[in-house]
Design a protein around this ligand. Structure first.
Ligand code: SF4
Ligand code: SF4
Length: 258
């Protein structure tokens, strides 16, 4: 069952704002993107962030649970291509040693544990810096976006991303879709893609598909700049880690591991 909009706004620290200005928020979130809401001044200085509680994921979901991955794939028409060289991935699992190579050997209890990984929507994203056509760009609310129409497939962004968060369409992905979500564009051969923090769902006031799909509450999404948000609360009260912090990209995806 999907998380409803009220719960999501509350988690994001937007509950009070929602109560104070529900009609305004409703109109803005339904008619314009979250970005529009921000530029209109209603929701200002936002920075979206995702906290992945891996402890909850391992203990409640276990390795058999793929709800978040499947929900994302369905929402974004991610093709099911088995060849590892040509796979398209928005959110997937990597063993601890791959996800956190710099910490290998330092946390034996995490050895071999699967971590959910995705684009970190870095605060200082190298992929944006190298894109010659601005097909990759960063919104004011922190979401690192792809404009598929501007992408020329040079793959500079893939070389620049230190997290392997981007996939290249070596072939037409459409034959590899079992169902198609008509509300989201399919891609063509020759373009790069990645997680977009479900900007299209945020524009409708809905939480990201992975967050909505997780029945154990292991994924928490919200505004990092709002001190009342649940993401801020988790960062205040729990020990969290980011991937490759030494690179200075400043990821906006955090992990709770204990
Ligand atoms: S994780 Fe990679 S693709 Fe995502 S913003 Fe950072 S550098 Fe760019
Ligand atoms: S592959 Fe596309 S998104 Fe990546 S750098 Fe080239 S034009 Fe930009």
């Amino acid at each position: 069952m999907e998380m409803d909009r009220r719960t999501f706004l509350k988690m994001g620290g937007l509950g009070l704002l929602g109560l104070m200005a529900a009609p305004v928020i409703d109109v803005l979130l339904k008619t314009g993107a979250a970005q529009g809401a921000r530029s209109s001044g209603v929701i200002t200085a936002g920075r979206w962030a995702l906290v992945v509680d891996m402890k909850k994921c391992w203990e409640s979901g276990g390795s058999a649970c793929r709800d978040c991955i499947l929900a994302c794939d369905r929402a974004h028409n991610v093709p099911d291509i088995s060849d590892p060289e040509e796979q398209i991935r928005w959110i997937w699992r990597e063993p601890y040693e791959h996800a956190f190579p710099e910490q290998e050997g330092r946390a034996e209890s995490l050895a071999g544990k699967p971590f959910l990984v995705l684009c970190n929507h870095c605060t200082d994203p190298p992929c944006v810096r190298v894109c010659p056509t601005r097909a990759t760009f960063k919104r004011k609310d922190g979401i690192v976006m792809m404009d598929y129409h501007r992408c020329i497939g040079c793959r500079y962004c893939m070389a620049a991303c230190p997290y392997g968060a981007r996939s290249f369409n070596f072939r037409d992905p459409r034959p590899y879709l079992s169902t198609t979500n008509p509300a989201y564009p399919t891609r063509e051969r020759g373009v790069v893609e990645k997680c977009n923090f479900c900007e299209e769902r945020l524009a409708e006031g809905r939480p990201p598909a992975c967050v909505a799909a997780c029945r154990y509450g292991a994924l928490v999404f919200g505004d990092l700049e709002d001190p009342r948000s649940q993401v801020r609360d988790i960062l205040r009260t729990r020990y969290t880690v980011c991937r490759k912090p030494e690179l200075g990209t400043r990821p906006n995806v955090y992990y709770v591991v204990g």
